[in-house]
Design a binder for this molecule. Sequence first.
Ligand code: KIV
Ligand code: NA
Length: 266
Amino acid sequence: PRRVRVHHLRQAKERGERLTMLTAYDAVTARIFDEAGIDMLLVGDSIGDNMHAHPSTIPVTVDDMIPAVRAVARTARRALVVADLPFGSYEASPAQCLATAVRMLKEAGAHAVKFEGGEHLAEHVRLLTRSGIPVIGHLGFTPQAENILGGKRVQGRGNEAADRLVGDALALADAGAVAVVLEMVPAPLAARVTEVLPVPTIGIGAGSEVDGQVLVWTDMAGMTDWSPRFARRFGEVGRELSAAAGAYAQAVRERTFPSADHAYES
Ligand code: KIV
Ligand code: NA
């Protein structure tokens, strides 16, 4: 399969073709999603709350991210592999941001990076872009800032906040961002950003009038009891996995597994 590259993102927007993105944190899921035709695999810092049992994304480190990005990048043959920059690894300066992003490409094989924030990070985006690293922006509810945003809340409500978000999106795109994720923003605002932005918007809790969608894979597949309102459970994989584990345990206890065909002869 031909690799999805950044020019395909803009092409998709121009043609009105929807882009698909899912998170992946390991080789098992990367292979499945890549073969299913998902365009972009995001090694999100949501690895913190979804895989590493942290309460949020805030404790995630670059050293947590690298092995996960490496596993996904080694496995995906078609998808564009995007690495999140974790909290504290990029904000201080464009130089800090570049150094972290370089690790994601050199040590782990990512094709692009994503980080949270607007106009105040335009210089970061500009430096990475000039250095050959595609950047995806992330606006709206930005989980790394949950302490200042007052929890998981819809962002960009009201004219002033909406105008600010549009300005942030334009500043990121102007600095070279190849796409912008919009998380938990009112659908009409996401539609407005999508209309004015030359690069694709990728929504999560941002309605349908965006250029693409992203979901955390465990929400998409029904792995957990709770999932956010904006997600849809496209499967009940958690239930299926639980049934498989239960059937295995029962077969062992009943001595029906392993049977002769799973055993080696002398
Ligand atoms: O870390 C993540 O999973 C994300 C997506 C929800 C956009 O940033
Ligand atoms: Na993230």
